[in-house]
Design a protein around this ligand. Structure first.
Ligand code: KG4
Ligand code: ZN
Length: 337
């Protein structure tokens, strides 16, 4: 079965054709990231406009690279939540039109479910497993009990891990996105140079909190500049990255121990982080858990992961009609269409 996946929840306009949820036939992408860099973060209005300009070409590219036409695909899957509402609406509107004109079923896909499905593209991973989903907007620990069956067992109470990294990177004067810049510059830094708090949420051992950590790095920078002390940015970045990884790994390990997880899968843009990948590998080795991580090219937003999850949603009977809407927020384990 061939599924066309369409993704436009943030600043990437992406489309892909995937066979039976696992085999990537094409993966086309256009990004407005360079434009957002000028403003230090994603500007929703710019993102929506660029999606509207790019989407037709990106979908055509995905179909032609896969050697097919719209009539050859079996379903159109599209990200409809959560994300930037104006951006989501471009993908949803285009997918609806294509579904009607090509007379193909329309399958709505939750963005975080698709990030988890990125693991299916390059491994034989099957549920049940535990997933650490870390992106720019979300940080969740999710029990994936089936391809369309999820239970959130921990989440951030404030900022997402990616958001904290992006804001810290900005405060350090590094290019957007801060997560990518911090990962790069940390390779030259000493991760023990600065000591940051490791916040825990009382009574919720699998929950996370990053806002205090973010404030702490901003205060460190302000205090140093007031005293005229020069900070080594690589040391600061490495120490901050370590604190973020410590918090994520701590909660993940507690969740793995409590649920008796045999498999762990990383997901989301922050799963590209080199330290997080190493630390997860250590954790899983120590505890005899099988670790799955998406290939780097599938960690960030892409169409292939949407097509993969779309296949499993379709197989579970999920369909949408012309009334499909987009939603800025939606829990992964309680979706509505
Ligand atoms: O999943 P994603 O592409 O978009 C959302 O759904 O939010 O995630 C984007 C986030 C950004 O915060 C970005 O800084 C972060 O992923 N990110 C990284 C790395 N690559 C992307 N964070 C740390 N290390 C990286 N290598
Ligand atoms: Zn994403």
């Amino acid at each position: 079965m061939l599924v066309l996946g369409i993704e436009s929840s943030c600043d990437e306009t992406a489309a892909a054709v995937v066979r039976d949820g696992r085999e990537v036939l094409s993966n086309a992408i256009a990004s407005s990231l360079e434009e957002h860099k000028l403003y230090g973060g994603v500007v929703p209005e710019i993102a929506s406009r660029r999606h509207a300009q790019a989407i037709s070409g990106v979908v055509s590219q995905a179909l032609s690279q896969a050697g097919c036409e719209a009539g050859d695909i079996d379903a159109v899957a599209v990200t409809y939540a959560p994300g930037l509402i104006g951006s989501l609406l471009v993908g949803v509107g285009f997918a609806k039109g294509l579904s009607v004109s090509a007379k193909k079923p329309l399958v709505p896909v939750h963005h975080l479910r698709s990030h988890i499905a990125a693991n299916y593209l390059t491994s034989k991973l099957e549920p049940p497993f535990l997933s650490l989903v870390v992106s720019g907007g979300h940080s969740h620990i999710v029990a994936v009990n089936g391809y369309t069956d999820y239970k959130v067992i921990g989440k951030t109470r404030d900022d997402a891990a990616g958001e904290a990294l992006d804001k810290a990177g900005r405060a350090m004067g590094l290019p957007y996105p801060g997560g990518v810049s911090i990962d790069k510059i940390s390779a030259q830094g000493n991760e023990n140079a600065f000591s940051f708090p490791h916040p825990r949420v009382e009574g919720a051992p699998f929950d996370l909190s990053f806002s205090g950590l973010k404030t702490s790095v901003i205060n460190t920078i302000h205090n140093a500049s007031q005293k005229g002390v020069e900070i080594n940015t690589a040391d600061l970045a490495a120490s901050f990255q370590k604190a973020v990884a410590d918090c994520l790994i701590g909660a993940l390990e507690r969740a793995a121990a409590s649920t008796g997880a045999k498999k762990i899968a990383l997901a989301g843009g922050v799963s590209a982080n080199s330290l997080l990948r190493r630390r997860c590998a250590d954790l899983c080795k120590r505890r005899g858990i099988a670790l799955f991580m998406p290939e780097l090219k599938y960690c960030g937003d892409n169409g292939a992961m949407v097509a993969s999850q779309g296949y499993y949603e379709f197989s579970a009977g999920v369909r949408a009609g012309a009334s499909l809407n987009a939603y800025a927020n939606m829990p992964i384990d309680d979706v509505k269409i």
